[in-house]
Design a protein around this ligand. Structure first.
Ligand code: PRT
Ligand code: ZN
Length: 299
């Protein structure tokens, strides 16, 4: 098969997005041998190649049609999109799906001893960030005049070094800010990993393989949220039990050998199942309750 006919997916080579991206592709049934130093992995069972790159390069690779799909954080994606727009370019991509992983937020933080009343307290400050376009857009919206210091790493130490008065950086647990005596004061964006695709029309065979893969991705994401629940219950309590199951599909009800007044109930929940739900089912007369993960789903 010609190289150009293989679907090409860009994922992070190493870092916080890497493991989840590999896991998603594996769960979609793409078989490949991962080797640490490889830059391109050839799938063995499907015409798909996986390009391993820095996360910063993924939006451009997809927007410039070098790759057909990519997995990247919204933080990087929105920054690159804005960079393109600010430079008169067309950011040519679509978000196919949010992947509910690598969650973080882009936030402004100031040293603990600096007074912050509201965003106008940023007026005239020097703010260090690796997200100059998103920060500038925010400052413009808020009509704040502040200086942006664009640095590519270790943004959180900039105030201690006297390089900046505040920072605008990614936060997840908040531990890094705490360790650097910084207080989070404003969230610009919430971010998670997303699957993106080029807007370019693909050749028929490539389009087919892309549709197949996207359907599998949806199946994996749906299965991740869903649970298969089995329990035994008195026939007379079935209506009460059903009302305890929001987000559940129509249950399958089966007789129990030699028992007249109880049945077995099997049902798929498309939402998470909490202990509280299981406890309520028990109180309403259910027993032998099993909650199982679902690996794949297709409607
Ligand atoms: O080498 P490459 O360029 O590919 O990787 P990278 O070093 O630029 O990125 P990497 O692997 O650190 O992060 C990849 C993506 O993970 C980011 O673009 C985000 O979408 C997502 N993500 C989720 C995070 C975090 N959480 C995160 N906490 N990215 C970075 N951080 C950093 C943050 O910059 C800060 O230094 O972790 C620190 C804060 O973490 P807490 O938990 O102390 O608040
Ligand atoms: Zn990066």
């Amino acid at each position: 098969m010609l190289q150009t006919e293989r679907l090409r997916i860009a994922i992070q080579k190493s870092g916080r997005l890497h493991e989840n991206s590999i896991e998603l592709l594996n769960r979609c049934g793409i078989k490949f041998h991962f080797s640490k130093n490889a830059l391109l992995l050839h799938a063995e069972n499907l015409p798909i190649d996986i390009l391993l790159v820095r996360d910063d390069d993924i939006p451009t690779l997809v927007m410039d049609d070098i790759c057909d799909l990519g997995i990247v954080g919204e933080n990087i994606l929105l920054e690159k999109k804005l960079y393109k727009l600010n430079n008169g370019d067309n950011p040519n991509f679509t978000i196919v799906n949010k992947l509910d992983s690598s969650r973080c937020r882009l936030a402004i933080a100031v040293p603990e001893d600096r007074e912050f009343i509201d965003v106008s307290s940023l007026q005239g400050l020097r703010i260090a960030t690796s997200y100059p376009n998103l920060l500038q857009q925010f400052l413009d919206e808020q009509q704040i005049n502040a200086e942006i210091l664009n640095i590519s790493g270790s943004v959180e130490i900039a105030p201690r070094l006297g390089m900046a008065d505040a920072i605008c950086d990614l936060v997840s647990t908040g531990r890094t800010l705490e360790e650097n005596n910084l207080t989070e004061v404003y969230t610009l964006i919430q971010s998670q990993a997303v699957l993106i695709q080029t807007n370019k029309k693909l050749k028929d065979n490539k389009e087919k393989i892309k549709s197949l893969l996207l359907q599998r991705v949806l199946g994996v994401l749906k299965a991740k949220e869903s649970k298969y629940i089995m329990f035994h219950a008195p026939k007379k309590s079935l209506n009460d039990l059903k009302s305890l199951l929001p987000g559940f599909e129509t249950p399958t009800i089966m007789p129990l050998e030699g028992i007249q007044d109880r049945v077995a109930v099997h049902v798929v929940s498309t939402e998470g199942v909490f202990w509280e739900t299981v406890e309520k089912l028990k109180q309403a007369g259910a027993n032998s309750i099993l909650v199982l993960p679902i690996e794949k789903m297709m409607n």
